[in-house]
Design a protein around this ligand. Structure first.
Ligand SMILES: Nc1nc2c(ncn2[C@@H]2O[C@H](COP(=O)(O)OP(=O)(O)OP(=O)(O)O)[C@@H](O)[C@H]2O)c(=O)[nH]1
Ligand SMILES: [Mg+2]
Ligand SMILES: [Zn+2]
Length: 281
């Protein structure tokens, strides 16, 4: 791993406790050996590839930029999962919708479509920033959200996380995905997770794109606590332990019917809750 020591990035090995250090950690070093890390203020965790262990993606993250784009296709389901993970980890979420330069040439209805699909999020306290890494648009808002904080870019492969990073850190010139579909190159251009300082304040972690985000250590009956729009109906269901699924007299379902709660978000809630019911994520 690389560690910044006295302002310099140095290759280090890890020993003992230090082996558990991840990107974002404040580590203790002995020469060029990482021997431990400080208590974390947050931990972004998901299940590992086998589905039976926690994988800490990053430590001490303050703000999670959930990056999506005109293409690859927008999938709100992934956003909703990230929002659960962010809430559970007390990380502030921000949605970044990238490649807006593409919708200008295309069908003019595109823009309205995407804005409509992302409209449930700002009322939940999740800002949506529209960007074009290619045309340097919307970056001031990203910089502002990042100021004095540690951020992370997450999302599907190919949405432009590394391109946004390159736009924020001039001169970095990190490798991004080839445009050509026929090139046959691997889908995942970024293969490791790394932290960068952003001129003007703040730090950001670039992470490899993922297909799905498996939640860790959130039992099905706890998912409801991570849908923030449910909170104001607390105690209004007929049953105190209502999980807002098939119970009669459910205040949440009533709110969904009145469209006070977004039906899309409610469907996402059911999907996430049910997916966690099995042993596998
Ligand atoms: N038109 C357009 N293309 C973009 C924009 N941002 C990124 N791209 C292109 O989208 C492709 C993927 O960009 P990357 O930055 O590599 O995507 P990534 O999210 O880092 O992908 P992984 O590292 O695989 O997770 C590249 O061909 C970029 O040039 C944008 O704002 N507009
Ligand atoms: Mg990348
Ligand atoms: Zn209920």
């Amino acid at each position: 791993m690389f560690v910044e020591i006295d302002g310099e990035r140095r290759p280090c090995t890890a020993r003992g406790q230090g082996k558990g250090a991840v990107v974002g950690d404040d580590v203790t070093v002995d020469g060029e050996v990482v021997t431990g890390f400080a208590a974390r203020r947050s931990e972004l965790v998901r299940v590992d590839a086998l589905g039976d262990r926690p994988h800490v993606i990053a430590a001490n993250v303050d703000v999670m930029f959930i990056v999506c784009a005109v293409e690859p296709p927008l999938r709100e389901g992934l956003i909703d999962r990230y929002l659960v993970a962010a809430h559970a980890a007390r990380i502030a979420p921000v949605i970044v919708f990238n490649k807006t330069d593409l919708w200008l040439d295309d069908d003019p209805e595109d823009e309205e479509d995407f804005r409509e699909r992302l409209s449930p999020y700002p009322p939940l306290g999740v800002p949506v920033i529209y960007t074009s890494a290619q045309e340097n648009k919307g970056l001031a808002a990203v910089r502002k959200a990042l100021k004095g904080r540690l951020g992370i870019f997450v999302g599907h492969s190919g949405v432009g996380k590394t391109s946004l990073l390159n736009a924020l850190v001039p001169g970095l010139g990190h490798k991004t995905q080839e445009l050509s579909e026929q090139s046959g190159r691997g889908r995942h251009t970024t293969t490791h997770t790394e932290l960068f300082r952003v001129p003007g304040g703040g730090e950001v972690i670039d992470s490899p794109g993922i297909r799905a985000f498996g939640l860790w250590a959130i039992p099905p009956d706890q998912v409801r606590h991570h849908f923030v729009e449910f909170a104001k109906f607390a105690g209004q269901c007929r049953f105190m332990d209502c999980i807002h699924d098939r119970e009669p007299g459910c205040a949440i379902k009533d709110a969904v019917e009145r469209e006070v709660i977004s039906p899309f978000r409610y469907e996402a809630y059911l999907r996430i809750k049910d997916s966690l019911g099995d042993d596998l994520p």
